[in-house]
Write a protein that binds this ligand. Structure first.
Ligand SMILES: O=C1O[C@H](COP(=O)(O)O)[C@@H](O)[C@H](O)[C@H]1O
Length: 239
């Protein structure tokens, strides 16, 4: 299998420009090839300027289905809602015409709401054309937090579900939002284009160091096996 494509940048604005061009080309190609496109988006500070720029790109946005790589189990209007975050990034742009599927559905917990979320997500064409990931300094990506409850099922490639429930109690980086819903590794791995954003030299170091760790300790390690469908946008490491 060909190896992942790591693209290194000296500054954040060059990274944002290049990643925005990449994301828009993936969506445009999908729209031209299949008449529709699908994008699974992460929240967080890493993709924010990219989404803000992407929303201004003239695309046939009404043919684009958008949902989330992961979500905190909180209603719209609550702090931490990734659905609100995406809406805010695209506010006032043509991207507001995209078809958005939220993952939170008001059920008591991600576990009890999982089947309905999976059913809702089936409205978006799979395999996904685009999956945009970030990474935390603890080595998590999506809501695959180290040793979290539900992580083994989320990372099991024999688990063909698209979504998994995660209990991130005890994971400091998850903060107060420990009830999560996330794409499974099989859904991410099936995506046509997977983009990992590492907009600091420290994050690139964490990503590289994950290669030698247990995948439950550094879940981002699971991306190392995805081959050339994974493109990493990173800032150069300090010498
Ligand atoms: O908690 C999370 O953090 C990561 C990284 O966020 P960032 O703000 O450092 O970009 C994010 O990718 C992930 O979806 C989220 O669950």
């Amino acid at each position: 299998m060909a190896s992942m494509d790591i693209r290194l940048f000296k500054d954040k604005s060059a990274l944002v420009d290049a990643a925005t061009t990449h994301l828009s080309a993936v969506l445009d190609d999908a729209l031209k090839a299949r008449g529709r496109a699908s994008a699974m988006l992460s929240g967080g500070s890493s993709p924010k300027p990219i989404y803000e720029a992407l929303g201004k790109v003239p695309l046939a946005w009404s043919g684009v289905g958008i949902s989330l790589v992961d979500e905190r189990w909180v209603p719209r209007g609550s702090a931490g809602s990734n659905a609100d975050f995406i809406q805010a990034c695209f506010a006032g742009t043509e991207a507001e015409n995209a078809f958005f599927v939220p993952l939170y559905n008001g059920d008591t917990s991600p576990e009890t709401g999982l089947a309905a979320a999976e059913q809702a997500l089936a409205l978006i064409a799979q395999p996904f054309d685009l999956c945009v990931l970030g990474m935390g300094m603890d080595g998590h990506t999506a809501s695959w937090f180290p040793y979290s409850g539900g992580l083994v099922a989320a990372l099991d490639l024999d688990n063909t579900a698209t979504l998994a429930a995660i209990d991130a109690s005890g994971c400091a980086v998850a903060g107060d939002h420990t009830d999560r819903i996330t794409l499974t590794l099989s859904a991410v791995a099936a995506s046509r284009n997977i983009i990992l954003l590492l907009p600091s030299a420290e994050k690139l170091s964490v990503f590289k160091a994950a290669a030698k760790k247990d995948p439950l300790e550094a879940p981002v390690k699971n991306l190392h096996a995805l081959g050339d469908r994974l493109t990493v946008y990173a800032l150069e490491e300090l010498k």
